[in-house]
Design a protein around this ligand. Structure first.
Ligand code: SF4
Length: 355
């Protein structure tokens, strides 16, 4: 199974072993036994630095079955919360893992709930966060937000330091097409829950919107999504594309042109927007290497022509650098409202059509 801390179903880092299986052999008195791989990593994450992942959900148990999910089709579709594992056992596994990681002298920036499904389906989530807080490391939760209309879920999430909410689409029809929610879920209730949560949450709130070609990447839906996000007022909004095999084989990532369009529409309404397009391994610090720096910057934000000119002047480099990067298929030139923008070429040319 593949998992990442870069988002729900956005697999990028391999984790060894499986989790406690959904089968009876791992159940004692109705509660699953925690296995070693309920805690994994640390894995590198662009948003969270080095994070230790917590897989508090049995395999592919989710309230959505997103077309782009990189964990495959949802096996156990549900909306009721359940006590999957004993919170004390999860805390004890995390404690052991922290000790092992620290013995190797490695840092941990976050303890991140990024399971093989929806973390809020775990009725013990709040208790687990409370127990893990005693380790003095910040807690992150990446949730699809489908249960956030429930007060107990908001209370649980409120205990975390960093929460990411999924907002792929705000029109009901498009939400159904892309996230394929469990039939009892109501988008209006989810939106209300998100707004209530944004009002009370004291930590860092971010959103993640996955852009899929011909589903949610039209201008009207992007504008509607950005309007809702402006009301939600997160600390940061991420625009993502799938970079690993999706659940539905014909799913294709939005094009570079559309991603740039989405970025422009989002930044007109939101103060902090970034790409999340699969380059988490890069350093974003100034390296003194003009090509590396340009590629690092443009993998997060598109650069306007004048910004590139200024950057090249500072670096004492010419436009040949840009031409070479375009020729080498590393950078692309695109337009928005008659202005030129430069952005990093997407992985596999932005296409993930797989046989
Ligand atoms: S919310 Fe979507 S992407 Fe996340 S685990 Fe569920 S089906 Fe996969």
């Amino acid at each position: 199974m593949l998992l990442t801390t870069e988002g729900h179903g956005a697999a990028s880092v391999s984790r060894d072993g499986g989790v406690a299986s959904d089968g009876d052999k791992n159940r004692v008195h109705g509660v699953r036994m925690v296995t070693n791989s309920v805690v994994y990593g640390p894995v590198p994450s662009r948003r969270l630095g080095r994070s230790l992942g917590i897989n508090n959900i049995p395999p592919k148990t989710c309230s959505y079955s997103c077309v782009y999910c990189q964990l495959g089709k949802t096996i156990n579709m549900r909306v009721e919360r359940e006590h999957f594992y004993e919170p004390e056992e999860i805390a004890s596994s995390v404690k052991d893992k922290i000790r092992q990681v620290r013995e190797k002298g490695e840092p941990i920036d976050y303890l991140a709930f990024v399971p093989d499904g929806e973390p809020a389906l775990d009725a013990n989530l709040g208790k687990e966060i409370e127990l893990l807080k005693s380790f003095g490391i910040k807690i992150a939760v990446i949730t699809n937000a489908s249960l956030i209309w429930r007060e107990d879920v908001r209370q649980d999430l409120q205990k975390a330091d960093w929460v990411s909410l999924k907002v792929d689409a705000v029109s009901r029809e498009i939400w159904h097409q892309i996230d394929r929610p469990q039939k009892l879920l109501s988008l209006d209730k989810i939106h209300n829950g998100m707004l209530k949560f944004s009002d009370i949450f004291k930590g860092e709130l971010v959103t993640e919107s996955m852009l899929i070609q011909n589903i949610n990447d039209n201008r009207q839906e992007l504008e509607r999504t950005a309007d809702f996000l402006a009301e939600l007022n997160p600390d940061k909004s991420y625009l993502a594309i799938p970079t690993r095999p999706p659940a539905v084989k014909t799913v294709t990532a939005a094009s570079e042109k559309t991603i740039n369009l989405a970025y422009q529409i989002f930044t007109e309404r939101l103060s902090n927007v970034e790409y999340l397009i699969g380059y988490e391994g890069n350093s974003f610090a100034f390296t003194g290497n003009v090509e590396d720096d340009l590629l690092s910057i443009t993998s997060v934000h598109p650069m306007r022509e004048e910004g590139v000119t200024e950057f090249l002047e500072k670096a004492n480099a010419g436009w040949d650098t840009i031409k070479d990067l375009i020729k080498d298929d590393k950078l692309i030139e695109t337009e928005y409202e008659e202005k030129k923008f430069y952005m990093r070429k997407l992985p596999q040319s932005g296409r993930i059509l797989l046989s």
